[in-house]
Design a protein around this ligand. Structure first.
Ligand code: ADP
Ligand code: ASP
Ligand code: MG
Length: 441
């Protein structure tokens, strides 16, 4: 058996974290390939190394040199090496890294050093080779992953290596320039490595004992999910259940490699097993999990006989394409259509221009935008087996006194998404959780 283990920033936050990882790996020799993230927060209010590096880049651009933020990064890594009692020239490596950062003046390069340094230290601590993903994870000039090329490069780089430590979160484009995955992207690196070594299992180690039925920051102590299918996972992580980055699913799904989410702080907990297909022994529950995210805008259009008007939707979508705006959902009725868009794309007058152009393109009777909408997705294969799931959902929301701004009952029978005002978000998630998972103690 080959296991690939990814340890997130919650697990690499300090020297004790590195030592804990060493013990976890020592307990199971099948854990051969290790992907690490930059050190995260050690306590509430602490800074993640990745955020400090973004700040370092701003210092560099503003003042010609990195300053206080980078000094904090140095303190973090020096502390880790000291706590481990490791013989490693961290001062030398940090000095070299600082020179490289100041010479390159590239944000992605600067930010990638968190994973690079964590990887170098981990490799030295475990006495296994370090693999720099700069030569093995390939993106195009726009930062988009080149999946096939990466697969063969990683395969070649790891061939003949019994064990290795690989830095997460970055790669390089064909010119050798460092490119980053989106935030949380070390999960993607872990999945790519798992596919490249044809792993039997991708273990994703974090600070919770697996996927919980909803965000623990909203509902304290939600029940854990023992098993999930890749499709359920994708739906949940896409809408903010950010235990695992949603793009991490693709490489392992293609290869049929299961993922297990595990807790570095409680390594004996079973965690969540994520399987390529829905389990043969489905759970009785109608709903597997609930996820949600804020900051969407809903643009609502009404026009009588819209349905019969050939090319109506096409003309609306053509405006979006021209403005290079992507949408999340387009629920529609006979005479109405809504567009759900990430609000970040509608800043600085972009919303007003979009409304104007759509208005001119399709001459609706009504067009207006609802800002500050939060989306909540209720996900589960069990929904198609359990009649009345949507009735229960909407009754629970109504009882909480919340006004629903948008409904999208996807065609997949796997997911119902509702939009509510930001102010109602937490209250709605709690009401839906209580309905499907029972009252909390
Ligand atoms: P890492 O640094 O290990 O990558 P992350 O912070 O990216 O860790 O992910 C773990 C965190 O995800 C948890 O600490 C928890 O607060 C949060 N989280 C959000 N939704 C869920 C959920 N449904 N189940 C479990 N954890 C969740
Ligand atoms: N260090 C990066 C971040 O903070 C990547 C990761 O942790 O997965 O987003
Ligand atoms: Mg993460």
């Amino acid at each position: 058996m080959i296991k690939v283990c990814k340890f997130g920033g919650t697990s690499t936050a300090d020297g004790m974290g590195f030592a804990r990882i060493g013990r976890i790996l020592g307990r199971d020799l099948e854990r051969r390939y290790v992907v690490v993230s930059a050190p995260g927060k050690r306590y509430g209010g602490d800074a993640k190394v990745t955020d400090l590096l973004y700040a370092s880049h701003r210092e560099l651009i503003d003042g010609g040199h990195v300053r206080d933020a980078y000094a904090k990064v140095e303190v973090r890594f020096t502390g880790i090496v000291r706590e481990l009692g490791l013989e490693f020239d961290i001062a030398g490596l940090l000095a070299e890294t600082k020179d490289e950062i100041e010479a390159a003046r590239e944000e992605a390069f600067t930010v990638s050093r968190g994973e690079y340094l964590a990887g170098r230290i981990m490799a030295a601590y475990l006495s296994v080779p370090f693999l720099d993903p700069r030569g093995a994870v390939r993106m195009d000039a726009e930062g988009k992953l080149l999946a096939e090329e990466t697969d063969s490069l990683l395969r070649a780089a790891l061939k003949g290596k019994d064990r290795a430590v690989i830095a997460g979160f970055y790669g390089a484009d064909p010119s050798g320039m460092v490119r980053l995955f989106p935030r949380g992207g070390s999960d993607i690196t872990g999945a790519l490595v798992a596919r490249a070594v044809s792993a039997d299992l991708y273990e994703n180690w974090t600070d919770v004992s697996g996927f919980l039925a909803c965000d623990p920051r909203i509902v304290p102590g939600p029940v854990g999910i023992e098993q999930l299918s890749f499709r359920e996972l994708r739906e949940l992580s896409y809408l903010g259940a950010d235990v695992l980055h949603s793009d991490a699913v693709f490489p392992v799904r293609e290869a049929g490699i299961p993922i297990r989410i595990l807790n570095t702080f409680r390594p004996d907990d079973g965690g969540t097993l994520i399987l390529p297909a829905p389990s043969a022994r489905p759970s009785e529950r109608a709903v597997t999990g609930i996820a949600g995210k804020k900051n969407f805008t809903v643009i609502h259009l009404e026009k009588s006989l819209m349905n019969g008007e050939i090319g109506f939707a096409h003309r609306v979508l053509a405006v979006l394409k021209r403005r290079r705006i992507s949408f999340e959902h387009i629920p529609s009725g006979i005479d109405a259509m809504s567009l759900v868009i990430d609000s970040a794309q509608l800043k600085n007058g972009a919303l007003e221009r979009l409304l104007e152009e759509i208005g001119a393109a399709v001459l609706p009777e009504k067009i207006y935008a609802i800002a500050d909408v939060a989306l909540i997705a209720v996900v589960g294969h069990g929904m198609s087996r359990n009649v009345g799931t949507s009735a229960r959902l909407f009754q629970a929301i109504a009882r909480a006194g919340v006004n629903v701004r948008m409904i999208d009952q996807g065609s997949s029978e796997l997911n119902i998404t509702v939009g509510v005002d930001h102010a109602d978000y937490e209250r709605t998630v709690r009401a839906v959780y209580d309905e499907f998972f029972g009252k909390r103690a």
